[in-house]
Design a protein around this ligand. Structure first.
Ligand code: CP
Ligand code: NVA
Length: 306
């Protein structure tokens, strides 16, 4: 993989060969029960959080520690960003201190601007538009479970949000067939969908009926109906999305042996029934664990020595 200053802003921005290289390294890192190598010794990751997080924060922080480096947690209100310091200046200042920046925020444009002005790699830890580290870990989880993505149909049921958009980008790069079921008015990003439909090797379909999306699918994904920042819409969204719950009735329409993934946090009784969550909880928590292994591989690639 080409090294130097390189960013991870969305899955579409990386060639599939490089994504596969990260996944291969993640497999090796996961197999090392006690982390043996420390490619990031003496290096620091700044983590800017403008939204809440459990998994992303802890997995990046622990990952840096295990690779010999350290991470600094920066919340908006505790930094000058919260008092209006431009993101361009923040990028230039942090680049003088740290070796990489991870950011979770609202606008994808802010992440792109941060990356433009930073001289160190920038990793997107979730925006309103995409959540690429999550879906890369999800791909890793599917490969672990099924051996490969070859011939798999993957479904996404629910809100056309950052997870849906990232699944579309993943289909663009990895070439599997993807079917999304979203209610009217809650479709994925038009540009991301149009590009993927133009360029992807597999089929990418957007349907209304959850049953149509899961038919023949071996993997079914869902996500919260109200994402961070949409809390006030939660009640209205519960009404719109009620027919989009991943439950036993829906699973009966999927391929035999189909599995359910969830990026978490989950709202049992909303996007996923309690019974379905419980049945797939081992896989879902492995999926959460895999964030650590995949992000370690990503950071080692982006921030490690040549
Ligand atoms: N899935 C995920 O990104 O979780 P957090 O919001 O807890 O980081
Ligand atoms: N779509 C969710 C994902 C959380 C990991 C959100 O943005 O809140």
């Amino acid at each position: 993989m080409k090294r130097g200053k390189r960013d991870f802003l969305d899955l579409a921005g990386w060639p599939v060969a490089d994504l596969r290289e990260v996944l291969a390294l993640a497999t090796v890192l996961k197999s090392e029960k006690i982390p043996g190598r420390q490619p990031l010794a003496g290096r620091t990751l700044a983590m800017i959080f403008e939204k809440a997080s459990t998994r992303t924060r802890v997995s990046f922080e622990v990952g840096m520690y295990q690779l010999g480096g350290q991470a600094i947690f920066l919340s908006r209100q505790d930094t000058q960003l919260g008092r209006g310091e431009p993101i361009e200046d923040t990028a230039r200042v942090l680049s003088r201190y740290v070796h990489g920046i991870m950011i979770r925020t609202f606008s994808q444009e802010d992440v792109v601007r941060l990356a433009d002005y930073a001289s160190v790699p920038v990793i997107n830890g979730l925006t309103d538009l995409v959540h690429p580290t999550q879906v890369l870990a999800d791909i890793f989880t599917i490969q672990e479970r099924f051996g490969s993505l070859q011939g798999l149909k993957i479904a996404y049921v629910g809100d056309g949000n950052n997870m849906a958009n990232s699944w579309i980008n993943a289909a663009l790069r990895f070439g599997f067939d993807l079917s999304l079921a979203c209610p009217p008015g809650y479709e994925p990003d038009e540009l991301i969908l149009a590009r993927a439909r133009r360029e992807a090797a597999g089929t990418i379909e957007l349907v209304r009926e959850p049953a149509a999306a899961v038919r023949g699918a071996r993997v079914i994904n869902t996500d919260v109906w109200a994402s961070m920042g949409q809390e006030e819409e939660a009640a209205a969204r519960r009404r719109v999305f009620a027919p989009y719950q991943v439950n036993d009735e829906l699973l009966a329409q999927a391929a035999p042996g189909a599995v359910v993934l969830h990026c978490l946090p989950a709202h049992r009784g909303e996007e996923i029934s309690g019974a379905v969550f419980d049945r797939f909880q081992e896989l879902i928590f492995t999926q959460a664990e895999n964030r650590l292994h995949v992000q370690k591989a990503l950071m080692a690639q982006l921030m490690g020595e040549e």
